[in-house]
Ligand binder design. Structure first.
Ligand SMILES: [Zn+2]
Length: 59
């Protein structure tokens, strides 16, 4: 099992939720929660990609 930080799990739940629903902080401009979650996921993916790249480079 790859190690996934709890904040990333929460973020992915948040994004999934927003596929179908609005939360209390959603408005016509968008949603700070969703923006936050997207940022968290982006960062996690970028870091994972970087780790993967480094590991491949060392083989
Ligand atoms: Zn929202």
């Amino acid at each position: 099992m790859p190690e996934v930080p709890f904040s990333v799990i929460l973020a992915s739940y948040c994004v999934e939720y927003h596929d179908r629903n609005l939360c209390s902080q959603c408005d016509s401009e968008g949603c700070p929660r969703l923006a936050d979650a997207a940022l968290t996921l982006d960062k996690f993916r970028a870091e994972r990609l970087e780790r993967h790249r480094l590991r491949k480079g060392s083989l």
